[in-house]
Design a protein around this ligand. Structure first.
Ligand code: NDP
Length: 330
């Protein structure tokens, strides 16, 4: 293969100052991997925002092509499970952190990292879901594994207008949950009720230090925010409920007490999408294909071009992106 392709490259100089450039690369410039994928679509996740702005140490190998998510077509394979022409999706596994990522025309990756793109989805639709949506699904599956159902009470979703939150609201509503959406953007109330939220809660109510235990308001939670918000979500979880913690948009700290755990039997479960094993990924993508219809995806997703990836990565860390953005590369 001799064709070149465009890529976004994050570099660091000797003084550890970071720069982000659009460069022309050839397949020989890529890292090791037994499968080459022509990237057809990618997206902007919060982590991509952190990597491109340098706001958190996401990048652990320099230079780095960012982009934790891709969907596309296999063009070369030395892996038993994949052959040229296969449609695939890849979320995480260090892509855009330690291994060259999705913001390029071609990605060379390990075949073990790939999941078959569900037939129902185009690459663009898979990226409208992306790591954010697949993490929302992992969170819903964790709530279900605990045996909780919509008959047990409402579910709360924090960071609701964001990528994880938007998909979480839609997925829970689809399965009959009464969904309380926590947002700082109450102007997005119509968007959130359109996705299935039944109640909107101003995030200011949960963002400040609260009491160890509050009124029991929900039985299940998906928290993309962390910090005081997660502490307050736990404090208002009903007896025997469960909260899935998957994000840190407010902060990485957890200024909570043990009261919800030891007095109400509440469970806190961690959700990691990056190193999740293949069977869990496949289960999540199967359920996404069952539960997310095209109308929901078009409500959630906005299209951008390759040239707008950097600006959108900056915007996501400012909290100004609603739902998900998708970039079609081919
Ligand atoms: P987005 O930026 O799309 O959404 C985050 C949302 O959180 C915002 O839209 C906003 O929602 C809310 N928010 C932002 N800042 C604050 C703040 N200071 N205090 C309270 N709420 C805030 O990001 P994603 O949805 O893509 O990701 C959400 C989180 O999940 C991130 O921390 C990300 O790193 C994490 N994540 C974790 C994964 C895992 O494997 N565990 C995988 C994917 C993401 P609103 O305006 O509605 O209040």
């Amino acid at each position: 293969m001799t064709e070149t392709f465009r890529a976004i490259l994050i570099s660091r100089d000797e003084a550890k100052r970071q720069s982000v450039d659009v460069v022309e690369m050839s397949p020989d410039d890529l890292m090791e991997g037994d499968v080459d994928v022509a990237v057809e679509a990618t997206t902007v996740n919060y982590k991509d925002g952190l990597a491109i702005t340098g706001r958190s140490p996401v990048v652990r190998r320099w230079p780095m092509i960012p982009g934790v998510d891709l969907a596309g077509t296999v063009v070369r394979s030395d892996h038993a499970r994949w052959k040229p022409g296969d449609k695939v999706v890849l979320n995480g596994w260090g892509l855009g952190e330690t291994h060259y990522g999705a913001y390029a025309g071609l990605a060379r990756v390990k075949g073990d990292w790939l999941v078959a793109l569900p037939e129902r989805f185009t690459p663009r639709e898979a990226m409208a879901i992306g790591t954010a949506g697949y993490t929302a699904m992992l969170s819903v599956l964790a709530i279900e594994r605990a045996g909780l159902t919509p008959q047990d009470g409402p579910a709360v979703v924090s960071g609701a207008s964001g990528g994880v939150g938007s998909v979480a609201v839609a997925l829970l509503a689809r399965r009959g949950w009464e969904v309380i959406a926590v947002t700082g953007r109450t102007s997005e109330a119509d968007y959130l009720t359109g996705l299935g939220a039944t109640q909107i809660l101003d995030r200011a109510e949960l963002a400040a230090p609260g009491k160890p235990l509050g009124k029991e308001r929900w039985v299940a939670g998906i928290d993309a925010v962390g910090s005081h918000t997660l502490a307050n979500v736990l404090a208002s979880t009903r007896y025997g409920g469960l909260v899935a913690a998957c994000g840190l948009a407010q902060g990485m700290d957890l200024p909570a007490t043990v009261a919800p755990f030891i007095l109400r039997g509440v469970s806190l479960i961690g959700i990691d999408s990056v190193m999740a094993p293949l069977d869990r990924r496949e289960a999540a993508w199967r359920r996404l294909a069952e539960d997310l219809d095209a109308a929901v995806l078009s409500t959630i997703a906005a299209d951008i071009g390759f040239d707008e990836l950097i600006a959108n990565a900056q915007a996501i860390v400012e909290g100004t992106i609603r739902g998900r953005v998708v970039a079609k590369l081919a």
